[in-house]
Design a protein around this ligand. Sequence first.
Ligand code: ATP
Ligand code: MG
Length: 1107
Amino acid sequence: MAKMEVKTSLLDNMIGVGDMVLLEPLDEDSFINNLKKRYDHNEVYTYIGSVVISINPYRSLPIYTPEKVEEYRNRNFYELSPHIFALSDEAYRSLRDQDKDQCILITGESGAGKTEASKLVMSYVAAVCGKGAEVNQVKEQLLQSNPVLEAFGNAKTVRNDNSSRFGKYMDIEFDFKGDPLGGVISNYLLEKSRVVKQPRGERNFHIFYQILSGASEDFLCKLKLERDFSRYNYLGLDSAKVNGVDDAANFRTVRNAMQIVGFMDHETQSVFEVVAAVLKLGNIEFKPESRVNGLDESKIKDKNELKEICELTGIDQSVLERAFSFRTVEAKQEKVSTTLNVAQAYYARDALAKNLYSRLFSWLVTRINESIKAQTKVRKKVMGVLDIYGFEIFEDNSFEQFIINYCNEKLQQIFIELTLKEEQEEYIREGIEWTHIEYFNNAIICDLIENNQTGILAMLDEECLRPGTVTDDTFLEKLNQVCATHQHFESRMSKCSRFLNDTSLPHSCFRIQHYAGKVMYQVEGFVDKNNDLLYRDLSQAMWKASHSLIKALFPEGNPTKINLKRPPTAGSQFKASVATLMKNLQTKNPNYIRCIKPNDKKAAHIFNDALVCHQIRYLGLLENVRVRRAGYAFRQAYEPCLERYKMLCKQTWPHWRGPARAGVEVLFNELEIPEEEFSFGRSKIFIRNPRTLFKLEDLRKQRLEDLATLIEKIYRGWKCRTRFLLMKKSQIVIASWYRRYAQQKKYQKIKNSAVIVQSYIRGWKARKLLRELKHQKRCNEAATIIAAYWHGTQARRELKRLKEEARRKHAVAVIWAYWLGLKVRREYRKFFRANAGRKIYEFTLQRLMQKYFLEMKNKVPSLSPIDKNWPARPYLFLDSTHKELKRIFHLWRCKKYRDQFTDQQKLIYEEKLEASELFKDKKALYPASVGQPFQGAYLEISKNPKYKKLKDAVDEKIIIAEVVNKINRANGKATSRIFLLTKNNVLLADQKSGNIKSEVPLGDVTKVSMSSQNDGFFAVHLKEGSGAAGKGDFLLSSDHLIEMATKLYRTTLSQTKQKLNIEISDEFLVQFRQDKVCVKFIQGSQKNGNIPTCKRKNNRLLEVAVP
Ligand SMILES: Nc1ncnc2c1ncn2[C@@H]1O[C@H](COP(=O)(O)OP(=O)(O)OP(=O)(O)O)[C@@H](O)[C@H]1O
Ligand SMILES: [Mg+2]
C-alpha cells in the first residue's frame, strides 16, 4: 500500500490571509486589517506571492527554533504558513538544485527588522547546508562576522537601538553541493559624522561604549582609557546606556567573534588602540592665541591627552601638534603654510577622528573578507544578502540621510523593476496574455538625484570642484536653479513659486518627495561632507606613525606618493558603488523581504495603523498585490493543483492516469468554473480571482469531510468485518484444535489397550516357548548325563581290563624272573658255596662307607669354630662314626684357628681365658668385660711428665697403671689413686703428685674379695703383720675390676707360684687396723644413677649400695 502522505498548505489553519494575493476585497483597509489580524496572532510574516512581508514583533518569538528549521526544510514555499525560513529555503534550494544565483533583498525603514531578517536568513542557510568540520568553520566565520561589524558599524538612533549605520551586502559562496565555501562583504558609506557628534537621544557607535564597559582595568590602562563615559567629549551623554543592552557582555562577544573570524591578537589590539585614539582625539581642545602679525592661531589647551594619543599611536608629538596648528597647501610645486584658527583646528581634529574611524571600519571589512574568502577557485554559486540602512527621516537630515535615502530609492526601483519583470516574464513563459498595471515608478526620483547632468549629486560635485568660494548656500542656489521645476524637489528659494510661502521649509533646506515620504535636508555640511577633506598635514602625520595599522590606513600620507589629483567625492563614490550593486543584483534571482515597522515606540504588541499604512503605501505593496493579481491572483503547477483538488471530480479521484494538465482541465470542466476565471499556462494553472480559489478550497473542505465520513464508514465496516473474520477464523481454529485433541485422546486410549493386549499375547507366547525350550534343554542334559555315565562305565570297564592285563603281565614277568633267578641260583650254587654271602656283605659295606666319606668331603661346614652346622647322618650304622667325625673336625678347625694367633694375641686370650675361669657365672660384671680388650696401662706414666718421679721410683715393668677409687676406711668416701701393678708389687700413688702412698709386695697379698654383683669394688687383703698391713686391708673400686683381678691373680701365680685366693661374696670381712669390718653389698636406690655408693655404718659394718 502506498504511503499515505499528508499534504499541508499555507491555506490550512490560516489566520487572516497568508498570501495577500488572495485578499478579498483588495483595498488598503482590508490589507492593513489582514496584517493587523495576523500580527495580533503572532503571525509576523505574510506573503504577496513570493514576496515576504515581515512586521517587526519587537520581542522574541518561538518561531526560529531548530525544530522550525526542520519543519521548513525542503518544503514547498506555499506548503506551510508564511515564514522567512520558507523564503530562505526556496532561495537556497533553487541555488543548490537549479544553479541559480540568488539575492535576498531586505528593505524597510530604520528599525523595521532588516538586519535581524538578514541574520535569520544566514542562520537558516547555515543550519540546512552541508556539515563537516571545515564547512562548520566557514559557517561559523561567516556568522561571526556579524557581531564584529555590528559593534563597529551600528549605533543607537532614535528609531532603532541597533541601527545599521552602513550598508552591507554579503555574498555567500557555495560549491556545487550547496556547501558554503566562504563569502565576500561589501560595505557602503559609514555614517562617520556620528563619530564626532550624535543627535539628541542617540549614541556613538557601540564599540566605544563596549570597550569602556567591558574591557578589564588592565586593558583600559593599556589603552590609556578611563571607564567613565563622561570623560569623553565624543560620547553623547544623554543615552549612554541602552535598555536591554549589556555593552560589557557584547564586548566579550565581539572579541570572541574577532578571534573566530581569524583576527590575530596583535591585530585586535591594534584595532582597539585606534578606537581609543579616536575617542581621545575628541578630548583635545584648542584655545585662541594671537600672533604678532595679527593672524589667529590656535593652541592645544592641555597637551596631556595629545601626549597619550601619540604614545598610543607612536606618532611624534610635535608632528601631530603642528598638524593641528598649520595647514600646508601645495600648489604648482609651491608649499604655503598657513596657521589654523581655533575653528579650523577643531574641524581638523574631527576630520581626523572621522577619517580614522571610517578607514578603520573599511579595514575591518577587508580583513574579514581575507578570512572568509573562499579557498578554492572552483565555480561558485552565490547567495547575496543585502542589509542596507533603512529609509530614515530625522529632525535634521543631512548629507548622510540624503545618501541613505537615495540608496533606498534605488532598492525600491530595483524591486519595482524586478518584480514586474519577473511577473511579466512568467506570463510570457507560460504563454499567458498580460495587461499592464499602473504603479508608481520612482525612477523619476532616482533620476533627480543621480542624473549625470542635472542630478543633485552631480550638482554637488560640480560645486565642490568649482574654483572660487564654494559654500553650502551656493550649492543650494544651484539646486534651486536646476531642479526647481522637478516635481519631487521642493525649495523655498526655487524659481518655482509653489513653496515661497511654505514656512515649514526653511531657507537653508531643500525637500525631496521620496517614494517613502517627503524629507527635508539641511544643506549645511553637504559640500564638506561630499569633499571629505583631510588636511594633508594630518594624513602625513598619521603615515609617520609607528603604529602599523594607522600607517596602513593613511597611504596617501606617504610623501613620495603625493597625488595632486583630487580624490573622488563621497557622493560620486557612493553613486558608483550603488550602481555596481544594482548591476550585481540584476544578475541574480531576487527574493524580497519587505520589513514593516509596526510602531515608533520600539514596543511589542502595538500596531500603529497609520504608520503601517504609510509604509504599505510607499513600499507599493498594494500595487504589488494588484500586479500579481492583474493577470492572475493565484498560480500553481499542475501536479500540486491536481493533487490538492483531485477529490472534487470522479474522473480524477482517486488517481488520474495521464498528464496533470489534462487532469486539471477535466477537473475544472467538471466543476463548471467559468472559463474566464482561469487560464492554462505551460506548466501552471493561473486562477484569476481568489474567490475561485476559495470556492475550490470550500469544495475541497466539504469533499474532505465527505471523504472522511466515507473513510470512517469503510474503516468501521472493515474493522467489523475484520473482527468477524478474525472471530470466525478463531472459532475454526479452536474447533479444529479441540477435535484434534479429542481424537488424539481416543487414539491414545485405543493404542494403550492394543499395547496391553499385545503384551499379554506376547507374554503368553513367550512363556510357552520358554517352557518348550526348557523341556528341550532338560532332555538334552539328561541324554548327555546318560551318555557320560555310559561312557564312564565303559571306560572304567576298559581300565579294569587293562589293569588286570598289566597285573597279569607283571606277575608273569616276576614269576619269570624268580623262575630265572631260581634257575640261575640252582645253576651257580655250586660255584659260591657258603662264604660268598659274607663277602658280598662286606663288599657292600665297604662301598657304602666309601660313598659316605666321599660325600662327606663335599659336605663339611665352614672352618669357623663357632659354626654349629653338621650334615645329617645318612646311615644308621655310622652313627657313632658321624659324631666322632664331627668332634674331630671341630677340634681340628679350632686348632687351625689358634695356629693363626701371634704370641701377644695368645697372651691376651690366655688372660681372657683365665678371667673366664675365675669369674664366669660368678660375677655379674664379667659378661660386660668379655668384649673389652685388656690394656693394662691405662695411664701412660712414662709419657706424662707429671709422673716422672713415680716412674723413676718404679724400675720394674708396669703391668697395670690405672686410676682407682680408694675407699676411706673411716667414712667410706672415695679418693682417686693411681694403682700400679708391677712384677713384684702393688703400688698406690697420689693421682696429682704421683707420690707413692703405699707399696705392697705381691707376697703380702693374701686374698682379693669382691661382690657377685655389677660393681667394681674389691678388697685387697694383706698378710697380718706384714709391713704394708699397718693400716689394714685396702678397699678399692675400679672400672676394670675383672682385668685387674685377673692380672693380679696371674702375676701372683707366676711370682709366688701360689694361687691367689679370690673370694666372690656379697658379704665379706676386711681388717681395718684392729677392727674386723664387714663389707656388705646391698641393692641400693637409683638415686645416684649407676654409681655404687659406699657408707661406713658403724665399727663393724660398711655398706655398699649397688644400683
Ligand atoms: N524577527 C524579529 N524578532 C524579534 N525582534 C526583532 C525582529 N526583527 C527585529 N527585531 C527587533 O527590532 C530591532 C531593530 O531591528 P533591526 O536592527 O533589524 O532593524 P533594521 O531594519 O536593520 O534597522 P536599521 O535600518 O536602522 O539598521 C532589533 O534590534 C530587534 O530588537
Ligand atoms: Mg540594520
